[in-house]
Design a protein around this ligand. Structure first.
Ligand SMILES: C[S@@+](CC[C@H](N)C(=O)[O-])C[C@H]1O[C@@H](n2cnc3c(N)ncnc32)[C@H](O)[C@@H]1O
Length: 438
């Protein structure tokens, strides 16, 4: 155990190293429906429930992402309200939380898809609209594009087939299956905070023609979704109805939605907000957003970005105040010296906005939570221009100022900083802050 200036730091790297990453979920029923890079694993949730000194009745996760917290808690019989601003992630969460699927209806929908894909239409691209996004498909004048023409036709065939399913619940489920193959059949890959083009000569590149897209999709359904639907049915046959958290997963900005929660009603929070790493989820998940019609114009994209946590520079946040916290003021001062060479002139505003959002979150959590109930808050430090922003300490201070007692800061992982920062900062700490409402 290390002692830092104010807070108790505990070394949890052995316990948390692998379970703070989503990777482990990739082979776990239901969690495996979509590989979500920024999530944690279900073991993380289980480990918290095992160590809790009380039995929680109502948890809150203000940042659902792929829904790990609420999905896992429902199988432990615990209600969890969650918020998610991104409509794709919201739908992903809800679809994973639903338990009212039946094998019979699943197979009925599957048969509709299968027979539709057996007779693809010649003019599919004039029946199913291609999203407006500028480089979404191969066309004259573009040097690079996300989907080859034939690949796009394969995707459009699948969209058309899904549209024939009458029950929305199954349309959503089969859309998530489609979402799970989109990146694989595209010419791009997720590269930290952006999407980068794959090199045609490298092994991560494979060309998918129209039927190869269909085949991949059908095999994903048969190998991943079908066994899980069977398992849900089996589970229900043995255990009776499963409590589902899907009705409590709310689409929208936490800053608005948290007001709707009853005061003094939450007795556990497990969450991971966006990190202060300038990653814009509407960018990294833009293929899913556009291809699955969650957004259909740049105006809608702009609106969505405005509602997200201020952890990126895609929106001009205006001139913001700096929270009165020494550690933060010190970082802002040090960083100001690099103002002239900032890669984006709004960097400081993003950092200030990030902690203002944190302050707003903890102010509200202190109203919504019961006395002595616990928060497990997963976050990571950041660095810009060789200056480390100790997000862990600043968040702990913000929480304290809002009436929380910090029990410990658990060191979970040491993350490699970007190549520019490596010279000054060997690693960035990812932590879990454990605190309780006083
Ligand atoms: C780190 S991820 C959460 C991952 C999640 N714990 C999991 O295991 O899948 C943070 C999520 O917060 C969402 N988010 C960002 N701004 C938000 C806001 N203002 N209100 C609600 N959710 C927001 C992002 O879209 C993203 O899905």
């Amino acid at each position: 155990m290390n002692e830092s200036s104010d807070y108790k730091y505990s070394d949890y790297t052995q316990t948390y190293n692998s379970i703070m990453k989503f990777n482990k979920n990739k082979v776990i029923p239901i969690h495996q429906w979509y590989p979500f890079v920024e999530g944690y694993s279900r073991e993380f949730i289980q480990s918290i429930i095992e160590e809790l000194p009380y039995k929680p009745t109502h948890c809150l996760d203000p940042f659902s992402g792929s829904g790990t917290t609420a999905v896992e808690l429902q199988y432990l019989g615990i209600i969890c309200t969650s918020f998610e601003v991104n409509p794709f992630m919201h739908n992903l969460s809800v679809t994973k939380m639903r338990t009212d699927y039946t094998l019979k209806s699943f197979q009925k929908s599957y048969n509709i898809i299968k027979s539709s894909l057996e007779q693809p239409l010649d003019n599919i691209d004039s029946i199913v609209p291609i999203p407006e996004y500028k480089s979404i498909v191969e066309k004259k004048g573009l040097k690079k594009w996300i989907f080859n023409k034939d690949t796009m036709n394969g995707i459009l065939d699948i969209k058309y087939a899904i549209s024939k399913i009458r029950d929305k619940k199954y349309r959503n489920l089969f859309n998530i299956a489609l979402a799970s193959i989109l990146l694989e059949v595209s010419n791009v890959y997720r590269n930290g905070k952006c999407l980068s083009y794959k090199h045609r000569t490298k092994n991560n590149y494979k060309e998918y023609n129209r039927t190869a897209v269909h085949d991949l999709y059908i095999s994903r359904i048969n190998n991943v979704f079908l066994p899980d639907i069977k398992n849900i049915e089996k589970y229900k046959a043995i255990n009776g109805k499963i409590k589902s958290n899907y009705k409590y997963c709310i689409l929208g900005d936490f800053r608005e939605k948290i007001q709707e929660i009853e005061d003094d009603s939450i007795d556990l929070v497990i969450t991971s907000p966006p990190y202060l790493n300038s990653r814009d989820y509407t960018d990294t998940y833009m293929i899913e957003l556009w291809m699955l019609d969650y957004i259909s114009s740049y105006d809608e994209l702009k609106k969505l970005r405005k509602n997200t946590f201020r952890s990126h520079v895609q929106v001009k946040w205006g001139n913001l105040e700096t929270l009165d916290i020494e550690e933060l003021k010190d970082c802002i001062n040090k960083l100001s010296k690099f103002k002239d060479i900032f890669w984006n002139k709004d960097l400081l505003e993003m950092i200030k906005g990030y902690f203002l959002d944190m302050d707003f979150l903890f102010f509200n959590l202190s109203k919504k939570m019961k006395k002595d109930s616990l928060i497990y808050f997963n976050v990571a430090n950041s660095a810009y221009y060789g200056i480390e922003i100790k997000v862990d300490k600043i968040v702990a201070k913000i929480a304290e100022n809002n009436g929380f007692k910090i029990h410990e800061i658990r060191e979970a992982r040491k993350i490699k900083p970007s190549s520019q920062q490596k010279e000054y900062i060997p690693y960035l700490l990812e932590v879990v802050i454990v605190m309780s409402k006083m």
